[in-house]
Ligand binder design. Structure first.
Ligand SMILES: C[S@@+](CC[C@H](N)C(=O)[O-])C[C@H]1O[C@@H](n2cnc3c(N)ncnc32)[C@H](O)[C@@H]1O
Length: 269
């Protein structure tokens, strides 16, 4: 698997924090198979990460309106992975339905990263495509979510989700990216976010805070940010920080949270 230092040899926008989040999710997907797909490749920085996690005969399908195949293969090689089973599609994403064998690709993709045009119309159409190809246990990752620079990226994702509540659910927002899964996979990914994510990220050298400020009764998603001392590694809603609200409440194991709450209570007396 590529290290961040290796990924960092490839120009692009993929950050260390996203590297950690992707690594955690991609390792969580170790037991499932499916192709990997990216719209918006540039020089192959995030694609190199995906190439490192491609297994067996899975394909890595890369689409960009302008592709330098040789340069992308070179990038992947620099990150310690031999480029294999790559499918390059030089096209505008709007033309993908005409370029792909959608019948053969139906629900076969376990990782779909949308990082192309960043306009509302493009993102909406790319989500329509993702709905055809992402597998029941796959993840859809959308770049520049909540980015003030691309407001339509957020509004159109939300519009899509509202119009198609049974296609995808938002499970996490982390460092400019939205992570969505199929509704039936929410328990799987939510369980991982509650139980394994923080531990995985610390192993990769990054301490984050995972906020679960809401529950299944509304937008059940998790927010991941830089570590906040007062919050700890995992924190629940503002008025109930020791609980991670799932279908059943899950207690958050956080000695620091307990000590700080105890001190606050004692000092208030
Ligand atoms: C932000 S860059 C991608 C960054 C890359 N994922 C990385 O990790 O560095 C956006 C890419 O999307 C491509 N692009 C923009 N509009 C597109 C479209 N409509 N269809 C396909 N690719 C597009 C651009 O050519 C550019 O390479």
């Amino acid at each position: 698997m590529p290290s961040y230092d290796q990924i960092n040899t490839v120009p692009g926008w993929f950050t260390f924090q996203s590297f950690c989040v992707w690594r955690a999710f991609l390792e969580e997907q170790a037991t499932i198979t499916g192709d990997l797909f990216e719209i918006g490749v540039w020089k192959g920085r995030s694609a190199s990460m995906l190439a490192g996690y491609r297994k067996g005969d899975e394909k890595l399908i890369l689409c960009d309106r302008g592709l330098d195949e040789r340069e992308i293969c070179e990038s992947i090689r620099r990150t310690g992975t031999e480029p294999q089973n790559l499918v390059f599609i030089e096209a505008f994403s709007i033309d993908l339905p005409a370029r792909l064998d959608l019948k053969a690709m139906h629900h076969t993709v376990r990782w779909c990263h949308i990082d192309g045009e960043h306009t509302g119309t493009a993102v909406y159409r790319e989500m329509e495509l993702a709905n055809q190809i992402v597998s029941p246990n796959g993840l859809l990752v959308i770049d520049d979510f909540f980015s003030p620079r691309y407001p339509a990226n957020t509004t159109e994702v939300i519009r899509y989700l509202e119009k198609n509540p049974h296609h995808f659910r938002l499970v996490a927002v982390a460092f400019n990216k939205a992570y969505l899964c199929r509704p039936e996979s929410v328990p799987r990914y939510m369980d991982f976010l509650a139980a394994g994510m923080a531990r995985s990220m610390r192993r990769y050298g990054w301490k984050a805070t995972i906020f679960k400020t809401t529950g299944p009764w509304d937008m059940d998603a998790v927010g991941i940010e830089e570590f906040v001392d007062a919050a700890g590694i995992q924190v629940g809603p503002d008025d109930n920080p020791q609980y991670w609200h799932m279908i059943q409440q899950r207690h958050i194991w956080s000695p620091w949270l307990h000590v700080s709450r105890f001190l606050k209570r004692t000092l208030r007396r």
